[in-house]
Write a protein of this length. Sequence first.
Lengths: 114, 111
Amino acid sequence: DAGITQSPRHKVTETGTPVTLRCHQTENHRYMYWYRQDPGHGLRLIHYSYGVKDTDKGEVSDGYSVSRSKTEDFLLTLESATSSQTSVYFCAISRGGSTGDTQYFGPGTRLTVL
Amino acid sequence: AQRVTQPEKLLSVFKGAPVELKCNYSYSGSPELFWYVQYSRQRLQLLLRHISRESIKGFTADLNKGETSFHLKKPFAQEEDSAMYYCALSSRGGSNYKLTFGKGTLLTVNP
């Protein structure tokens, strides 16, 4: 499982509350990614990181922020959760350095915003 | 901008029948393509990538640059192949690397 964990695995929250999801890796990989998975949309990239304190937006970044203060942790924050952010969130890692690199995925976090 | 299209949301076949999951892409550069699989309520895992030209679990995929396709094939489907399959294209922007996924095809193999 490439040493990737996500926490929490399940969360139910209310609209307007802040939520932080954590991705932790033990592989020392440079690249980390956050995706959301929704029926009919597949996986969509939210944000990614290419090093400590180096992050960039993906295609669906509105309403989300990220931080990476150390190599092994990549945090995704919903500042004020909305029902449209109900989804399954996956973290992924890769070594980077080549377009042929494989991304390895975490187990996912199922978030429900009521 | 890159795009990956999987035209079939759902595909249902019988055990032992051939299966083909379609994937078409749009990309101005030299494509690096992958197939990922997600079994029920599990994490995504790499099935195969075109640069390694390997066969995993009996699946193969050939990159056809003329038709901009990377279809996934298996001659004899098994019930354990039932899963969600995603085609993905890797691209580079500066020194950053990203995957663009198709919307996925849910394969059901019936007994």
